[in-house]
Design a protein around this ligand. Structure first.
Ligand code: SF4
Ligand code: ZN
Ligand code: ZN
Length: 319
């Protein structure tokens, strides 16, 4: 059996093709944590006095993220970490995740908040999925979850929101936006840190860790994470992009990083132009938006209209 190319002692747990490295479990875990620290430093994601709200869904990525950040917190004693789980209202799916998240936070001694779509917006994702809508349920879910996290982070005085998007998520999203002709988002999505006015800045410390590695990391540290799949997750195009990128990566190791770096460079070029954009205040909720009404409020309004026309018992709070 071959031995680890870093320490020369341990048995090989993972072979990182694009680096030509064969790593034992311990060296693999350390290399992932080191890479996350590098991403944080390179993008100046954290300040010593930050209060960071970690979006904890209970999946492998967010569980790995919270474990890594809680290790970092010990190095920054004046920083504060808390975890936020958003309950989208998906019967039989979220309860497992909430219990995993609660146990993890108790073990790591991290404050844990749970907030629901129902409480914030008066809807559940089960309602949305059973309503005839223009977009896939995931499109509504993503926008509303972002809004929910921002809202909670603001309420509790967080200075950053950390999400567990990994390298695969970032590259897939960028390509999806490109295919949908959303040029601005294409180059925004890969940016690891976002600092638009009034929105709590969002950081993505796992943006340079491939999905396969976040999963192996979670297994390697013995973490428990959600096993159930969401019944509403049917984004077929994203699935196809995922398969295509994985094929490319197998044939050309490091391809996901190459695409990611290109997106980052293009993002840098368009950052100036974005800064010049005139941000206004949403007429309904007061959040910053380039339009008169923000995307989340537009969606809530569309859901309300759609529910009314199909007579679905969807309750969306009125403006
Ligand atoms: Fe929401 Fe889609 Fe994720 Fe389900 S799969 S939790 S609907 S984003
Ligand atoms: Zn080793
Ligand atoms: Zn709004």
């Amino acid at each position: 059996m071959s031995t680890c190319s870093t320490c020369g002692i341990g048995h090989v747990y993972y072979r990182r093709e694009h680096e030509g490295a064969s790593l034992c479990r311990k060296c693999f875990v350390e290399s992932v944590e080191r890479k996350v620290r590098r991403t944080i430093t390179k993008n100046r994601m954290l300040e010593p006095n930050d209060t960071v709200a970690v979006a904890l869904s209970g999946g492998k990525d967010s569980v790995a993220l919270l474990r890594i950040l809680s290790g970092l917190e010990r190095r920054f004693p004046s920083a504060k970490l808390l975890a936020v789980t958003v309950d989208e209202g998906i019967e039989g799916y979220r309860s497992e995740a909430i219990s995993i998240s609660r146990d993890l936070c108790r073990d790591l001694n991290v404050e844990h908040l749970v907030v629901s779509f129902e409480e914030l917006f008066g809807i559940t994702m089960d309602n949305v999925a059973s309503t005839q809508t223009e977009l896939q349920p995931c499109s509504y879910c993503g926008v509303l979850r972002r809004k929910a996290l921002n809202e909670v982070a603001r309420r509790v005085g967080s200075t950053k929101v950390a999400t567990a998007h990994n390298l695969d998520d970032e590259v897939q999203t960028a390509l999806l936006n490109l295919m949908h002709g959303d040029i601005e988002r294409t180059f925004q999505s890969c940016s690891s840190s976002r600092t638009e006015s009034k929105l709590v800045p969002r950081i993505k410390p796992l943006a340079e860790i491939p999905e396969r590695e976040t999963m192996l990391y979670a297994y390697a540290v013995g973490a428990r994470f959600q096993s159930l799949l969401c019944p509403h997750g049917r984004d077929a195009l994203r699935g196809d992009i995922r398969v295509m990128l994985n094929r490319l990566e197998t044939k050309h190791p490091g391809m996901k990083y190459t695409i990611f770096s290109s997106m980052e460079r293009l993002s840098e070029l368009t950052r100036k132009a974005r800064k010049l954009r005139d941000f206004r205040t949403c007429r309904i909720c007061g959040d910053p938006t380039p339009n008169e009404i923000c995307e989340a409020c537009m969606m809530l309004r569309a859901l309300k209209l759609s529910a009314a026309s199909t007579q679905t018992p969807l309750t969306v709070r009125s403006d």
